[in-house]
Design a protein around this ligand. Structure first.
Ligand code: 5AD
Length: 437
């Protein structure tokens, strides 16, 4: 989501006559988009800004320096008080103001600007795309369908940094997707904090279908679009209408990133997640019944306050039962003003670390076996462009969202191809398209 916000700001600046600098060393403006989900991300952004300011001062250059996004939103003016070289602090509802503010700062009419106010309809302003930025982007694009979150998980800072849930209109989103497809995009990923809550307050159910499923159907109708994905859904919104959409809509890829966070009902309740372990497992069963080869990934937090050995064991058992294709495991990080930060029985850092290692080992072992299962099989790939590590090779994704690297050339970009998988690496498959052509 942050990448998408950054891309939209960059596209807005380009439309205003700015050009993208090849590197930060020569840039006249450097904006850091920030994440506040874990403390580590905030520290990284602060250190990066300190280093940028240090280098600029040493070289007697004075680029305009700015923070935007979640940390800008939650810290506001304090960022400038602590880092006086910073000129601009742009909150999460103000991305679209970047060009105007930078014009003012560069023209010398405004010195420093902090804007972290709420702004009605700002959710509809994340819509410009660069597309030509990288090969990958022109085949596959992200579309931001909503902003904010109303779930208030007790560990999470997002409702405070991104505000109330606000959804864009279906017609507006279809227009954006249609335009992307007309510019060569073949795959669209619909983005939001909790996409399954999309339009809940504005769009009534139709034939038992949620607003989100109605949006999926509308995007599915676009000619020339080959694949649809979305991230992230919430288990509480994963109704049968959505399961049914997987069975009905062929462009909807058989992959789901479904954050579980914990396998213990006691912890799920303390987290304010709004579902039980059994409800989660039920969704997975239904998804696999609808699409047996579906790729399933998740997010898990270890070391949430009060997490006992027994709770952690239940998370391990859930991971073994589901057999995720991939999981992002996070050590709990206390966030300011969130209820969990004040809960008793905070787990010592060392134990969080141990549980993180143990869970990752289990999950990665299972995932490695699942990747190896692909060897010898044929997979349908959407070719995104040259591989990042080796530009002589191509990269693409299977419908179940696995990265595949194989020999091929530029003319294959944007094509759907069958590739025979010959080898499995760490979260990457290697294949051979030639033998099928
Ligand atoms: N500590 C650790 N991980 C967190 N996440 C969200 N808040 C925290 C926190 N305070 C994780 C969740 C979420 C992912 C994006 O980040 O797993 O799904």
């Amino acid at each position: 989501m942050n990448e998408r916000d950054s891309e939209a700001v960059a596209a807005q600046l380009v439309a205003r006559g700015y050009t993208l600098a090849p590197s930060e060393d020569t840039a006249d403006v450097i904006l850091l988009n920030t994440c506040s989900v874990r403390d580590l991300a905030e520290q990284k952004a602060l250190n990066k800004m300190k280093s940028l300011a240090g280098v600029a001062n040493k070289e007697r250059r004075s680029p305009v320096l700015g923070f935007m996004g979640c940390m800008a939103q939650s810290r506001g003016q304090k960022l400038i008080d602590e880092l006086p070289d910073v000129d601009l602090v742009l909150g999460t509802q103000k991305f679209h103001r970047a060009a105007e503010y930078l014009d003012n700062i560069l023209a010398g009419t405004r010195e420093k600007i902090v804007d972290v106010a709420e702004e009605k309809d700002s959710e509809a302003t994340i819509r410009e795309h660069l597309l030509n930025g990288s090969a990958k982007k022109s085949v596959s694009a992200f579309v931001s369908i909503m902003q904010g979150c109303n779930q208030y998980c007790t560990f999470c800072i997002v409702p405070y940094t991104r505000g109330e849930e606000r959804s864009r209109a279906i017609a507006d989103l279809v227009d954006e997707c249609r335009e992307l497809v007309s510019r060569g995009v073949k795959e669209i990923t619909l983005l939001g904090q909790i996409v399954t809550s999309y339009g809940k307050r504005d769009v009534p159910l139709r034939d038992g279908k949620s607003a989100f499923v109605q949006l999926l159907e509308a995007v599915h109708d676009i000619d020339g679009l080959e694949r649809i994905r979305f991230t992230s859904p919430h288990p509480k919104g994963y109704g049968d209408d959505l399961i049914d959409a997987y069975a009905r809509l062929p462009k909807l890829c058989e992959s789901a990133h479904l954050p579980v966070q914990s396998g213990s009902d006691r912890i799920l309740k303390l987290m304010h997640r709004g579902y039980t372990r059994e409800k989660y497992l039920g969704i997975i069963r239904k998804l696999r019944a609808a699409r047996p080869r579906i790729g399933i990934s998740t997010d898990i937090i270890v070391g949430f306050p009060g997490e006992t050995e027994q709770d952690f064991e239940e998370t391990m058992a859930l991971a073994r039962e589901v057999e995720f294709d991939q999981a992002f495991v996070f050590k709990y990080s206390p966030r300011r003003d969130t209820p969990a930060a004040e809960m008793p029985d905070q787990i010592p850092q060392r134990l969080r670390e141990e549980r993180n290692q143990a869970l990752l080992q289990t999950i990665n072992g299972i995932a490695a076996r699942k990747y190896e299962d692909f060897i010898g099989r044929q997979a349908e790939i959407l070719v995104e462009g040259p591989s990042k590590k080796n530009s002589a090779r191509l990269t693409g994704r299977t419908r179940c969202n696995k990265i595949v690297v194989f020999e091929g050339d530029e003319r294959h970009r944007g094509q759907i191809m069958d590739v025979k998988i010959t080898r499995a690496g760490s979260f990457t498959l290697y294949g051979d398209a030639a033998i099928l052509m």
